[in-house]
Write a protein that binds this ligand. Structure first.
Ligand code: FO1
Length: 314
């Protein structure tokens, strides 16, 4: 384990959760702040659902369902079955164990807790030692602009299975929101060695975080490196619609396209060995490149990538 310096990880869903758990294995709790996108959050059946926060939390607790990519492993579905019998909405699947998280969060927040406070209590209860925070304590909701009009994120992602053609994104509430308090504090910490943008969807996982007022300019102005790991390997994502979105947005559907998207912000760009041929074009954008295996199938892969990134930033 590396014993010095602090690191901030900006994360979204599956890829972010994997790298966050690798980083948590190689860094001490006081060295790592994990920040999750909350643009995917929504109110459903009266509950506050925070999919990215929960994906990261479950991965850090070692209870995530890695095959499905969301929710808790060894899940049961009695609530959903009962809901179906009552003609309730079942398009968004809530497992029994996962449901307890949403009920607890909603209950705590109804009692006056902030999302950060609720997240802290949930992570502590699950034995997570590293600090996981939402990007903001104000409500921000991602809307996907499509050929059929603007869709709330989960309508696009789950109900319509990412099928509509994407033309853009809107992060409702971002302009009025504030950066989460621990994130703001860590950004000013002189022990901060670097910011890691996890291999999450650049448009709907990372951009909502970067849309927070002042955050992008603060990061770009900092003297410490901002490192991004490409979520694409050989033009494809491991999971999720990033590559499809890039094609629909007329962008190069590869790691060069991702690097171009982060231009002006990222100083070090990490790409998979399969994409080594793109490194010179990315360097021509003014970024340093690091070519390394980025596929994270096992805990060993996640820790190896985390080690490589921490070494690169130290
Ligand atoms: N994704 C799906 O594709 N179908 C679902 O029914 C679904 C339910 C669900 C429940 C809780 C939760 O935390 C996440 C859930 N997800 C589901 C994933 C969710 O849509 C995430 O926003 C995506 O994984 C994007 O990060």
């Amino acid at each position: 384990m590396k014993t010095e310096g602090k690191f901030i990880a900006l994360t979204g869903g599956v890829g972010g959760a994997k790298l966050a758990s690798g980083l948590a294995a190689v860094l001490a709790p006081e060295q790592l702040l994990i920040v999750a996108n909350t643009g995917d959050d929504f109110e459903h059946l009266g509950l506050t659902i925070c999919p990215d926060l929960d994906s990261v939390m479950y991965a850090l607790a070692g209870i995530n369902d890695s095959r499905r990519g969301w929710g808790v492993k060894h899940e049961s579905w009695q609530f959903l079955d009962a809901l179906k019998q009552l003609n309730g909405e079942t398009w968004f699947q809530l497992g029994d164990r996962d449901l307890a998280t949403h009920v607890m969060r909603t209950h705590m927040m109804a009692g006056g807790s902030s999302l950060s406070q609720a997240t802290l209590r949930l992570t502590e209860a699950l034995g997570v030692r590293h600090r996981l925070v939402p990007m903001s304590d104000q409500t921000i909701r991602t809307f996907v602009k499509t050929a059929q009009g603007e869709l709330p994120f989960q309508q696009y992602f789950v109900a319509q299975r990412c099928e509509p053609v994407v033309t853009g994104f809107h992060f409702d509430g971002a302009e009025q929101a504030g950066v989460q308090a621990d994130l703001a504090r860590w950004l000013g910490d002189e022990q901060l060695c670097g910011v890691i943008i996890c291999p999450s969807n650049p448009f709907v996982s990372v951009d909502p975080i970067l849309a927070l007022p002042g955050l992008r300019t603060t990061l770009a102005a900092m003297e410490i490196p901002v490192l991004a790991v490409s979520p694409l390997i050989a033009g494809r994502t491991i999971k999720g619609p990033a590559a499809k979105m890039m094609a629909e947005l007329d962008m190069p559907r590869d790691s060069l396209g991702v690097a171009q998207h982060y231009l002006g912000l990222v100083t070090q760009f990490v790409l998979d060995e399969a994409d080594a041929a793109l490194a010179p074009a990315i360097q021509a954008l003014g970024m340093q490149t690091l070519v390394t295996p980025t596929l994270m199938r096992t805990a060993r892969d996640r820790q190896a990538l985390a080690h490589t990134l921490v070494d690169a930033l130290s």
